[in-house]
Write a protein that binds this ligand. Structure first.
Ligand code: NAP
Length: 408
């Protein structure tokens, strides 16, 4: 790319989803030449060096359960450039930006809100009516040579990380941080059950428990994933294949339901054996299949904190276990800029480390999302955009990412 910092080329290469080709990620994403946007007030154009892959753009590709087209700036531009994580270089700043200058090396958090919403200035940006996830509910995401973001989304790039490592962690890590630290007030000595312990959210849920002095068990679907979970600091793992019968499928007969409860009780017993007691917190995102087990397994007065429903949004469970034992269900969604800043400091000081499974070239965007859709991955996948090869961008010594080496 020939352009100098401070100048923008007319067009750029971008991976684009369009409404008429929604479907499996490998086909829905296609490279197009798109006009480079100019930064508006308090906005910044970042040259993307690497981009991180998240489940949200699997949903965007599928167009299910809802398409992205009605949200954010999609009606204005009619295309979706996905990507809610990036590392890169500030290339051009819009009017009003004072904290950042051309040439700064940054990572980007994905929460956008209007500066004019009062919630932003006193309650929590996550409560603002204008709140959107950049690169999912908006276009101009990170799977392109340039991305347009609000200046408040920028965070300093941790110096000891390569471009691909720095691009990998933001969305899932900051989400896990809010779920555990803010919404559940995680304390030393507490016990936590983490679903999908080797997945994007889970690898950070486990590291946060360890850093806080809490004990956790991760649920996974293979022994290799279990070893990763232990390496990250979990006291142990449970292979969910041993407890297939506890998953809620819906439309069960009374006998089938009885059978499911039997397996669920056996799972609950295993959790107690491994943790020494029932968990104070269950870290949920799987949804319909696991939610009845989460409510049943969490301790009396305990908290089930949930940020997604990958296996289904309509949850049903026996509410007696909730009210009789005075348990809480807590919704959580991404994180505000302050939480992202505090969480990023833990990466800068190597207390929390990115967990990278694969780095693919710019041509790998569709494939990466397909691997995620098919649950073939561990931890995170990054895409090289401006970076020519892996290993670039590190400007200080440090341990860098943990590399998860097993899997597909
Ligand atoms: P991920 O990397 O695919 O990890 C999810 C893990 O869930 C997988 O590793 C898998 O682990 C486990 N899983 C999948 N199907 C399961 C099932 N039927 N039963 C039990 N476990 C199952 O995805 P992620 O990045 O962690 O994201 C997970 C979900 O959270 C997605 O729906 C995503 O869109 C959402 N999310 C929401 C927010 C938010 O702010 N609201 C933020 C981040 C992510 P095993 O196969 O090893 O069990």
């Amino acid at each position: 790319m020939e352009t100098e910092p401070g100048e923008l080329p007319k067009t750029m290469a971008a991976w684009v989803i369009r409404e008429e080709r929604q479907g499996e990620p490998r086909d829905a994403f296609q490279v197009e030449e798109i006009e480079v946007p100019e930064p508006g007030a308090f906005e910044v154009i970042v040259r993307v060096m690497a981009a991180g892959v998240n489940y949200n753009n699997v949903w965007a590709a599928l167009g299910e359960p809802i398409g992205v087209w009605r949200y954010g700036d999609h009606p204005e531009f009619g295309h979706h450039i996905g990507g809610s994580d990036a590392s890169g270089v500030v290339w051009k700043v819009g009017p009003g930006v004072t904290r950042w200058k051309v040439g700064d090396e940054v990572v980007i958090h994905c929460n956008q809100t209007s500066y004019e919403d009062p919630e932003v200035h006193g309650l929590d940006p996550m409560a603002a009516p204008s709140q959107r996830i950049w690169g999912y509910e908006t276009t101009w995401g990170s799977f392109a040579q340039f991305t347009k973001v609000q200046a408040q989304q920028l965070l300093p790039k941790p110096k000891a990380l390569t471009w691909e490592e720095a691009a990998s962690y933001g969305l899932v890590y900051f989400t896990a941080y809010r779920m555990l630290m803010t919404r559940c007030n995680l304390q030393a000595g507490q016990r936590v059950l983490v679903w999908g312990g080797a997945g994007g959210l889970g690898v950070f849920g486990i590291q946060l428990c360890k850093a806080a002095g809490a004990e956790c068990v991760g649920v996974v679907s293979s022994e290799e994933k279990g070893e990763l979970v232990k390496q990250l600091g979990a006291v142990d793992y449970i292979n969910r294949d041993e407890f297939k019968g506890m998953m809620r499928r819906g439309g069960e007969s009374a006998d089938e339901e009885k059978e499911r409860f039997k397996v669920m009780r056996a799972f609950d017993k295993r959790v107690k054996e491994l943790l020494g007691d029932k968990p104070d917190i269950v870290f949920e995102h799987v949804g319909a299949a696991t939610f009845p087990t989460s409510v049943f397994t969490v301790k009396p007065f305990g908290k089930v904190v949930i940020c997604a429903g990958t296996t289904g949004y309509t949850l049903d469970f026996d509410v007696r276990y909730l009210w009789m034992k005075q348990k809480e269900i807590i919704g959580s969604h991404f994180a505000n800029a302050y939480e992202c800043t505090k969480a990023n400091e833990l990466i800068e000081s190597n207390v929390i480390r990115p967990v990278l499974w694969r780095t693919l070239g710019f041509d790998g965007v569709g494939e990466a999302h397909q691997l995620m859709r098919d649950n073939q991955h561990l931890g995170k996948i990054s895409i090289l955009v401006g970076a020519e090869e892996t290993g670039q961008g590190k400007t200080a010594e440090g341990p860098g990412a943990i590399y998860a080496e097993v899997g597909a």
